[in-house]
Every structure is written in C-alpha cells, then in structure tokens.
Design a protein around this ligand. Structure first.
Ligand code: UGA
Length: 578
C-alpha cells in the first residue's frame, strides 16, 4: 500500500499541516494552492503563517522530496489516488456557511477525473454543514461523467486540530472520524491512516457522512459553550469577595462529567473556527426549522465579554479619553499570528473610538495587525516598550513571555494600572503593588467587609431638610439618627446603603455622590470603622417634607433634635452648609 499518494487542495492551516504530516511520514504528497503569493512562499520553503514546528518540518519534507506544491489540480489528481479537500468555508454576511470554494474544488476534481483511470478517493476535511458530502458527490459526477462507488468515492473526515498546536494535534489525534456511505471508501482511508500512525493507531470511528459533518459543529459549539459558561462564572466571581474563577474551574473540572479543559476564563473566544462554526450551526439549524437559542446565547455572552474587560478598565480609570493604553497580545491565542476574530482587535477598535492612544505588542501578530490598523496605533518592538509611559496595560493574549512579567516591570507606567484579561499573572504578587484587576478575580476591597467594619449613612435631602430615622434598637432606641447601617459580607457600600434605607424607612433611594468620610475610632468598636456619608435622593418617593412614615421624618437645620443617637451633627452641618 506504500504506493498510496496523496493530493491536498488548499494550503491553509488544515491543508498544509495535514500535508506536512503525511509527507513527514514518507507519504508522497502534492499540495495544490491556487493563490499565487501563497504558492510562491511555499515554493520558497516557508509556511505562509506561523505555527510551531511547521517551518522546519516543511523544509525537511522538501529536502526529502516527499512534498511538492503546484497550482495544477489536474497534475495533482493524476498523480495521486486520494485527494483531500481542505479549502476554506467562510461565512456569508448573514452568518451562514459559504461553500463556494468546496464547490469549485469539486468541479476541478470532476474535470480532472475525466481522463483518469483507476479508483480515486476524495476526502472532505473542510468544515462543512451536513449534506455537503452529497452535494460534492453530485458535482463530481456531473463534471467527470464517472460514477460514485464505481470510479470514485467520497468521505467526510473532519479535522480537530487547534491553531498553535496544529502539528502536535495532527500527530496525536484523540480519534479519527470517518463518515462514509460505503465500506470500500472507509477501508481505503483507514489504510492510509494505519500507514500514517502505525504502530500507535488512534481509535477510528466510522459513521455516515451526515453524522461526521455534524460532529465537527457539535464539538466546536460545545467548546464555545464551555468558554461562554466559564466566562459567565468569571463575571459572577468578579462581584464576590476573594473568589477566583480559576479555583472554581479547577474544582468543577475534577468532576468527570465536566472535565478540566476549555474552562479558562478570558476576553472571549476568537479565531477562524469557533465564532464562524457556531454561527453556521445556528443558521443551518434555523433552516431546518429549529431555532437553537442555546447557541445564540453562547454567541451573545461571547460578544459581551469584551465589554466585561473594558468594564475592568473603566473601574480603575475614571475617564479613558486621551489616555494611553498598552495592549499586550493581538493574536486570538498564543503561538499563533492569527488575528481573525481576535477579541484584542475588537477591544483596540473600541479604545480608539473612545479617544485613547493605543500601543501594542505581540511576538508574532504585529504584521497582521498593521494591515488592519495601519498607523492609527503604535507598534512596539517588545513588551517593555509597550508598557512604558502608558496609563493602563491590558493583557489580551496568553503568550508565555507575558507570564514572566513582575510588578516592577510596570513601574515605567504613568501610574501602574494592570488588567489581566488572560489570567497570566500571579495576582497575589500584583494586588498590593499596582492597581490590578483580572477577569474572574473577586474584588479585593471586599475582603475588608468580612467583619462589618464599614458603617454607612445617607443624607437624604428634600427642600433643604434632611431625613432622620428613629432608632428601634437599644442602646439608641428612641433617638433620631441618619438612615444607614453596616455593609454586609460581599456587598458594595452603595448596595448596603440602599438595603438599609429600604429596611429602615421603606423607601428606595438613588445615591448621588459621596459627601465625606468620617472616622471616629472612639465610638466604633472595629478598628477600621468609618462612616461614609452619601447624598441621596428618593426614587418614586412616598415620603416628603409634609409626611412622616413610620419613624422617619425630615428636619430643617433648626429642628434637628438636640440629642442624636450617633454624633452626626458635624456631618449634617457640613451638608447643610453646602
Ligand atoms: C478550534 C477547536 O479547538 C479545534 O478542535 C478545531 O479543529 C478548530 O477550532 C477548527 O475547527 O479548525 P482553534 O480555533 O484553533 O481550534 O483554537 P482553540 O484552542 O479552540 O481556541 C479558540 C478560542 O477560544 C481562542 O480565542 C482561545 O483563546 C479561546 N479559549 C479557549 C478560551 O477563551 N478559553 C479556553 O479555555 C479555551
């Protein structure tokens, strides 16, 4: 069977990686690429994109004469017995899949088969919606005048490799999926894979073509769902005291029903596959008459996750207009120069819209980013130059070199503010040294709320009068006081204030601003206790100057009772002076 020769149509991530892996194992491989620029790069012994190990393996294969590149599809078909279709399947404006490159590959194969003798197997590796195999079959029959099952066969054999580890994934697949309408075709491909992987042949699963085509979408949509799920949990964690999504993920991942992978919270998924494939499945499903609301939500969560990252920026910088933002990472994931659907690119666009000056660094993707942003952003040669003199630094790709950053490296910033959207930094080291926020990391300041050490008071005004409440509990029972109370575990000060006023007075308030912070260590038991005074107004208020509800009442300056439950006189006087 060593006379098996393979041709591969399309030298993209899947096509070129597959070709190089076949050729590296000594299988004669002809790679067809119709893009002239790309073909020239390949003939010049280089891969047209970055992928670990690809360049060196490619050079070896060229030296060993096991791989060749051409734009002549007739030559490729006539000099091989198995052809893999690995062309792109982009999305149309409405999100549905565009199969035009698959169709034109099928037409070319059909025409090339006219004069070919002997059985030829066509293998569809491109990601295609269920039913495409049958479409390709019809097109080839039409253009070749040959018969499926007699002169040629077609298999659906989706690929599950990831960018950044494409070679590794191709050499070590979890399983191989063969979707075939007859046993003969499945056996030929099985033979090729046996040759490729022996002695460690992966599990081979044989199904019909529709199943194989759907499995590819099911896997990518499930992975996208897992990411949107963990990002949702991350957004909840951020609102809790000292809860870290990484800890949550590492625990839930121990449950074999869940598993540990694809639970890394971040800025949202990007790349050329997950966003496109979820979209294609939604459209495909709708066309079948079923609206897959789960995937629509997965997509929406992912769309909004970049705003969650920008929310962290806004939390630490009051007004970002005119500020210099350092963005570390442009690629949609590490070990790749691919910026397609990269969240980093979307965030940079938002920052530019908001009037920021943006400096960027990426070890591999700068050239691709230049095609998008031209001279509207500043490209830095290393991470230190990027960080230097900026107001805020956002880490958006998990490159290993960013993991080496220490708090000292951010000293060159105007006033260090670091947002770790990829969780590459050890937050324990950073939290006290720089202003720091990270996706899925609970809010540090809330730690102080473990003991009810922050007391809050509201000055609610109505026509120059302030609202006081009569205390119900000892030791201040019967005395007037400003409404307020203590912050409970996990609450923000504002939430506590709203809750307390609602409980005490039965009205909803809107907090306008912080007036002052008073601290009286003699009166309060806990060392760090402070009184925070807010100016608040009533929302749809039931209470006015003329009314009393329960034990709350408005007082003018002169009317304020001589004895108050707490010594708020200074606060009230300060307020009424304003
Ligand atoms: C994805 C699938 O993982 C592959 O199995 C599939 O073969 C490929 O699509 C394809 O259809 O060709 P890929 O897009 O290369 O591979 O990259 P992934 O590793 O899946 O990452 C996709 C995005 O999700 C990246 O932006 C990554 O940063 C993000 N991600 C991934 C997370 O945010 N969290 C995670 O835990 C994992």
């Amino acid at each position: 069977m060593s006379n098996l020769a393979v041709s591969i149509i399309g030298a993209g991530f899947v096509g070129l990686t597959t070709a190089v892996v076949f050729a590296h194992k000594g299988i004669k491989t002809i790679c067809v690429e119709i893009d002239k620029d790309r073909l020239n790069i390949l003939k010049g012994r280089k891969a047209p994109f970055y992928e670990p190990d690809l360049d060196s393996m490619l050079k070896d294969c060229i030296d060993n004469n096991t791989i060749s590149f051409t734009d002549d599809i007739d030559y490729a078909i006539n000099n091989s017995n198995i052809t893999f279709i690995c062309v792109g399947t982009p999305q149309r404006d409405d999100g549905s899949i565009d199969l035009k490159y698959v169709r034109s590959a099928a037409i070319s194969i059909g025409k090339a088969l006219i004069d070919k003798s002997g059985y030829h197997l066509i293998v569809i590796k491109s990601t295609v919606t269920p039913g495409t195999n049958h479409m390709v079959k019809k097109v080839i029959e039409e253009y070749s005048n040959k018969r499926f099952g007699k002169d040629f066969g077609i298999i659906s054999n989706p690929e599950f490799l990831r960018e950044g580890s494409a070679i590794y994934d191709t050499l070590n697949p979890n399983f191989l999926l063969i979707g075939a309408d007859n046993d003969r075709d499945a056996e030929i491909l099985e033979e090729l894979y046996t040759l490729l992987y022996k002695p460690n042949i992966p599990k081979i699963i044989k199904v019909n073509t529709y199943t194989a085509e759907l499995v590819k979408y099911a896997i990518n949509s499930f992975l996208a769902t897992k990411i949107s799920f963990i990002n949702t949990i991350a957004n909840i964690c951020q609102r809790l005291p000292s809860v870290d999504v990484n800890t949550v993920a590492s625990i839930i991942g121990l449950d074999p029903r869940i598993g540990p992978l694809f639970l890394k919270a971040g800025p949202g998924y990007g790349g050329s596959c997950l966003p496109k494939d979820v979209n294609a499945l939604i459209n495909f499903s709708k066309a079948l008459g079923y609206d897959p609301i789960l995937f629509k939500t997965v997509q929406e969560v992912n769309r909004l996750q970049k705003d969650a990252v920008l929310g962290l920026v806004n939390k630490l910088i009051e007004n970002i207009e005119g500020k210099t933002i350092a963005v570390l990472g442009l690629a949609f994931k590490k070990d790749s120069d691919d910026i397609r659907e990269s969240v980093s690119i979307k965030i940079i666009k938002d920052l530019l819209d908001k009037g920021c000056r943006v400096k960027v660094h990426d070890p591999m993707a700068i050239e691709n980013a230049k095609k998008v942003f031209k001279d509207s952003i500043i490209y830095c040669k290393d991470k230190y130059e990027c960080i230097s003199d900026s107001d805020c630094c956002i880490i958006l790709t998990e490159w290993d070199e960013y993991k080496e950053l220490e708090p000292e490296h951010f000293k060159s910033m105007k006033s260090p503010i670091v947002i770790d959207a990829r969780r590459v930094l050890d937050h324990e080291k950073f939290i006290d040294k720089v202003r720091f926020a990270a996706v899925g990391l609970g809010y540090k300041e809330l730690l102080d709320y473990k003991i009810p050490s922050v007391s809050v008071n509201a000055i609610i005004e109505d026509k120059g009068k302030v609202l006081l409440v009569k205390r119900r509990k000892e030791p201040f029972k019967g005395y007037w006081s400003l409404p307020g109370g203590y912050v409970e575990y996990g609450e923000s000060v504002e939430e506590a204030l709203r809750r307390e006023v609602k409980e005490e007075v039965g009205i909803d308030i809107e907090i306008d601003r912080l007036l002052n912070v008073y601290s009286d260590p003699f009166r309060h038991i806990a060392k760090h206790t402070i009184a925070i005074v807010y100016k608040a107004s009533i929302v749809n208020g039931k209470i006015s100057n003329n009314e009393e509800i329960s034990d709350a009442k408005f007082f003018s300056k002169e009317e304020i009772p001589e004895i108050l439950a707490f010594d708020h006189k200074k606060m009230i006087e300060d307020y009424l002076k304003v």
